[in-house]
Design a protein. Structure first.
Length: 333
């Protein structure tokens, strides 16, 4: 008999289910607010489908927590959103947000399948992987249909033998640069996409944050994101590669907060995590030294900002600790 379903959760399994639960609860709050204001019926259906996935995820993970006698994370709930607050983001932004969420679900499901040994945990993440892949395809089709999908035009491909010179291929920060590879281009565009979504999300949060200090901190983050977008776009401009993307997808004029500041800061931290992951992957697959150095600098800057996110969240009592090893008992003589 296979007893993997009855073995204690490993640290890796605890980590992935805890993180998944927290993300699902936060995303569900956002989607519930979006549903109150979406105008496009197709986008409304996509939001409902995504909300169904995150809600079912939370229920399934709650069952695992209870079975293990683990504390159920506080996460986020009705107190973290005001469904009656005016619309804050456009329908186009909703759809791009859903695309981002489908990518996050795909990544977390893949990670869960990879690290989990216990049957019930593996089953959960295998099921999520199938649902996330289907959702991602649905969202991509909608983006294409509504002409919102960010797509690069075809580019001429040089003979591979043109890049046999090692010094030319690696280049330097100051010397003349070789042309970008398609891999480098794809990572640049992907990083721009993530930053564009983050920029509008942060603007909406800053516009509605009740605290002036939080508002100022969010605007500082938006300025940092804008600087990264401009730096990332520069190599494409040098190569005369047109990137047909809107630079602002729509933040409405409302100043009424639809989300708690706790939820805003959690989402900000989550976007930072995605950016760091994207920059790390781009750096590891971009041999051109100037690009690698840029990604290194971007990562350093955004991690410094992330430290402030954590500091503020701790000071305000918003940071929920993941499961950890008990602190050692100190025996005083």
């Amino acid at each position: 008999m296979n007893n993997q379903s009855f073995s204690p959760l490993s640290a890796a399994e605890m980590a992935v289910i805890w993180k998944q639960y927290m993300n699902d609860k936060a995303i569900s709050c956002m989607l519930k607010q979006f549903l109150c204001h979406v105008d496009d019926l197709e986008i409304q259906k996509a939001i409902q489908g995504t909300l169904h996935i995150t809600t079912k995820n939370s229920d399934a993970l709650t069952a695992i927590f209870l079975k293990e006698n683990m504390p159920i994370p506080l996460g986020f709930g009705e107190g973290d959103l005001d469904a009656e607050a005016p619309k804050l983001f456009s329908d186009s932004f909703y759809l791009l947000y859903l695309k981002h969420i489908s990518n996050v679900l795909l990544l977390s499901a893949t990670t869960g399948v990879d690290v989990a040994a216990r049957n019930d945990v593996r089953s959960f993440f295998r099921s999520l992987l199938l649902k996330a892949e289907k959702l991602n395809q649905t969202i991509t089709d909608l983006l294409l249909e509504k002409q919102i999908f960010i797509e690069l035009p075809p580019i001429p491909i040089a003979d591979a033998s043109d890049m046999n010179d090692r010094e030319l291929f690696l280049g330097s920060y100051f010397d003349e640069k070789r042309p970008l590879t398609v891999i480098e281009i794809s990572h640049i565009v992907s990083s721009i996409q993530t930053n564009l979504i983050a920029k509008d999300l942060i603007l909406g949060f800053a516009q509605t944050a009740p605290s002036q200090d939080i508002q100022a901190f969010l605007l500082k983050g938006r300025e940092l994101v804008q600087q990264h977008i401009e730096s990332l776009s520069q190599p494409l401009m040098v190569e005369n590669i047109p990137v047909t993307m809107k630079w602002d997808y729509g933040v409405e004029k409302s100043s009424v907060p639809p989300f708690s500041e706790k939820l805003m800061m959690f989402h900000l931290a989550a976007m930072i995590t995605e950016n760091v992951r994207g920059y790390g992957l781009a750096m590891s697959t971009s041999p051109r030294l100037d690009l690698a150095l840029n990604y290194t600098n971007f990562t350093t800057e955004i991690l410094e900002y992330a430290k402030e996110v954590s500091r503020i969240s701790i000071e305000q009592g918003w940071l929920e600790e993941p499961p950890h090893i008990p602190f050692p008992k100190i025996h005083l003589e």
